[in-house]
Design a protein around this ligand. Structure first.
Ligand SMILES: Nc1ncnc2c1ncn2[C@@H]1O[C@H](COP(=O)(O)OP(=O)(O)O)[C@@H](O)[C@H]1O
Ligand SMILES: [Mg+2]
Length: 252
């Protein structure tokens, strides 16, 4: 459903995303991991059609997003890391607005919007302006907005940030059930435990390059001896080393 071929993004002379090849099949919940500055957000924004690649292609359901952006984007929902919501809309109006962008209106949309708001305990707030929402409530509304038009593919950048444990649990269950029904989700996350327990497959990116990808079992068998949990594998592949320097830091 998502195919990236030699996907590249340069900012001036700096290469943020360096020739990524990646395929996410239909029905998969795919985790995208990497340290800060690895190129996750840049990649996800290119997949969502918000950022133009310097090179390479993004295909959504076989449609090249630069050749036919409307057809590709009509299959997509995107949950950005720093969402923008019109403050002067109510929660219900915002969901109606997003559905409208995808040419969806009427009773089915109203019903879905109500169900999503209820799922995230926002039903009491449906007719309140977004400006009165807390950070977590905004996050839950943005997540709802990616599901309201039932896209084939949802691309999510750091969805857990700012969610309380109950909302995080609802989100995980929602992602699992949505992919079980044949939709496709690609999510970046810092929460390795979430990636490990939730995702079908994982890719680890660092320095703009994919360092490893596969199921947890595949990653384990590829990692060097001793790396068992995803944290060990992640730190090994991204070249980070937690222990080094701590003694110097604390002795200083
Ligand atoms: N608009 C931009 N101009 C210049 N450099 C950028 C821009 N956006 C991101 N970068 C750089 O690209 C790299 C990857 O950033 P990003 O994709 O946000 O990483 P991640 O989401 O994995 O933390 C970082 O080094 C970042 O500083
Ligand atoms: Mg990011």
């Amino acid at each position: 459903m998502i195919r990236l071929t030699n996907l590249t993004k340069r900012y001036g002379s700096f290469t943020a995303v360096d020739g990524i090849d990646l395929e996410v099949p239909r029905g998969e919940l795919f985790g995208f991991l990497g340290p800060n500055g690895a190129g996750k957000t840049t990649t996800l924004r290119m997949i969502a059609g918000i950022l133009r690649p310097t090179g390479g292609t993004v295909e959504i359901g076989g449609v090249d997003i630069s050749r036919d952006p409307i057809a590709a984007k009509s299959k997509l929902g995107f949950i950005p890391d720093r969402p923008f919501i019109y403050e002067k809309l109510t929660g219900a109006e915002f969901l109606r607005f997003v559905a409208g962008l995808y040419n969806q209106t009427g009773p089915a949309v109203e019903h879905r919007a109500r169900e999503l708001l209820a799922l995230f305990d926002l039903d009491q707030w449906a007719d309140e302006l977004v400006e009165s929402y807390s950070h977590g409530m905004r996050q839950k509304l943005i997540i709802s907005s990616a599901f309201v038009h039932r896209p084939e593919v949802i691309v999510v950048d750091e969805p857990m940030v700012g969610l309380d444990p109950k909302a995080a649990r609802i989100l995980k269950d929602l992602f699992r059930e949505y992919t079980r029904r044949g939709h496709t989700i690609m999510m970046s996350t810092h929460t390795l435990e979430v990636a490990e327990t939730l995702c079908d497959r994982i890719a680890i990116i660092a320095g703009g390059k994919i360092r490893a990808s596969g199921t947890m079992a595949e990653l384990r068998s590829n990692a060097e001896h001793g790396a068992q949990g995803l944290e060990d594998i992640f730190l090994k592949l991204t070249g980070d080393n937690v222990a080094r320097g701590l003694v110097e830091v604390l002795d200083a």
